[in-house]
Design a protein around this ligand. Structure first.
Ligand SMILES: CC(C)(COP(=O)(O)OP(=O)(O)OC[C@H]1O[C@@H](n2cnc3c(N)ncnc32)[C@H](O)[C@@H]1OP(=O)(O)O)[C@@H](O)C(=O)NCCC(=O)NCCS
Length: 335
């Protein structure tokens, strides 16, 4: 059995910064409300006339991760792409990255696990490398939320939270003494599927029927979030799944060098930090700058944390996520 290391990291965010004050101009909200409830100061939103799409942003992040790994694009032998905001309903964006990178006809897998998508993708890629099937897998998390948000007062409970961006990692077969993905833990609870979801148009909510009904009350083409409900589940599940991974390795919270939680809400991260007794230097947050970028949030944070010198080779890194599905997961990695 082989082991998997994180060989390279990279991220890309669109240039266009949308501050809370900018949102005050288009909906009834305030910088104070957004910062107090979420910690977010600004986010990136792709302008409508931009060429950036989830796959294009993912490819930009991927090129940086491949360079960071000291590899050539042609060294990549499989692609995993996690997103809830694909370029198209189908095909998924993985194949577009294969095309944009000019890779030969390697496999490309799309992962649909929302905020936990990166951890699910990490787990899948880890299994492929462990078995020896692939050597260098490109794992991308990328989201373009802004095009699908209700940016009026009606949608403010959701739209102020989400941002656009992409992060990528190259996962490679490790040599003795190099980094290692120790474990990944994955969970789901589908009974809460509709508490954080975008339900239409879809195969159960037909476009034709929606157009015909012309129901102004039907907002199912916008994401719906039961914020309080999600918050309560998130704070519990994050802790559970981190402890589950730690227990497998016989480790304790104090052994974690850096926890990178999915950037859902700064208040969620702070709650977990406090409950687990972690110091400030043990937790990385950047939601203040980017909002919640769903599947992209962990790899963007990972890339920034590395660039800032917050993670060094040999350190114990913990990743954890919770989101729509509900799905949640964690990973313990020796960097
Ligand atoms: C979304 C969230 C910030 C809302 O905070 P909250 O304290 O639960 O706020 P509520 O939804 O109860 O709304 C409180 C009030 O603020 C108002 N409000 C909602 N969004 C607002 C906004 N952007 N600006 C100003 N006021 C807003 C509501 O209309 C409500 O007003 P009312 O009391 O007059 O009815 C919070 O629930 C949350 O972070 N949940 C988890 C979200 C998350 O992590 N999602 C991603 C999971 S991966």
């Amino acid at each position: 059995m082989h082991t998997t290391k994180i060989a390279g990291v990279g991220h890309y965010v669109p240039e266009n910064i949308v501050k809370n004050a900018d949102l005050e101009m288009i909906m009834e909200t305030s910088d104070a409300w957004i910062q107090e409830r979420t910690g977010i100061k600004e986010r990136r939103w792709v302008p409508q006339d931009s060429d950036d799409t989830p796959s294009v942003m993912g490819t930009k992040a991927a090129r940086k991760a491949i360079a960071d790994a000291g590899l050539e694009v042609t060294d990549i032998d499989f692609i995993v792409f996690a997103t809830l905001s694909p370029d198209y309903y189908f095909p998924g964006p993985g194949v577009m990255v294969q095309e944009q990178l000019g890779l030969p006809e390697i496999g490309a897998l799309d992962v649909r696990n929302q905020c936990s998508g990166f951890i699910y993708g990490l787990s899948v890629a880890d299994q492929f490398i462990k078995t020896g099937m692939y050597k260098n897998i490109l794992l991308i998390g990328s989201e373009l939320h802004s095009g699908g948000l209700d940016k009026t007062t009606r949608g403010r409970g959701v739209s102020v939270i989400f941002g656009d961006g992409a992060g990528a990692v190259v996962l490679s077969r490790a040599q003795e003494g190099e980094g290692k993905i120790h474990t990944t833990k994955l969970h789901s609870e589908g009974k809460h599927a509709k508490e954080l979801a975008l339900l239409g148009p879809s195969t159960t909510n037909w476009v034709d029927a929606m157009i015909e009904a012309q129901d102004p009350e039907d907002l199912s083409y916008y994401p719906y979030m039961n914020g309080n409900f999600v918050f309560k589940h998130a704070v519990t599940r994050f802790q559970e799944v981190i402890h589950e991974a730690l227990a497998e390795l016989d480790k304790k919270p104090e052994d974690i060098d850096l926890l990178i939680p999915h950037q859902a809400n700064l208040r969620i991260s702070q709650f977990i930090q406090q409950k687990m007794g972690l110091r400030n230097d043990q937790v990385f947050n950047n939601i203040q700058k980017y909002g919640n970028t769903t599947a992209a949030s962990i790899p963007i944070a990972l890339s920034e944390a590395k660039a800032e010198g917050r993670i060094k080779p040999g350190q114990l890194l913990c990743l954890a996520a919770f989101g729509s599905g509900f799905t949640w997961g964690s990973s313990l990695i020796q960097f």
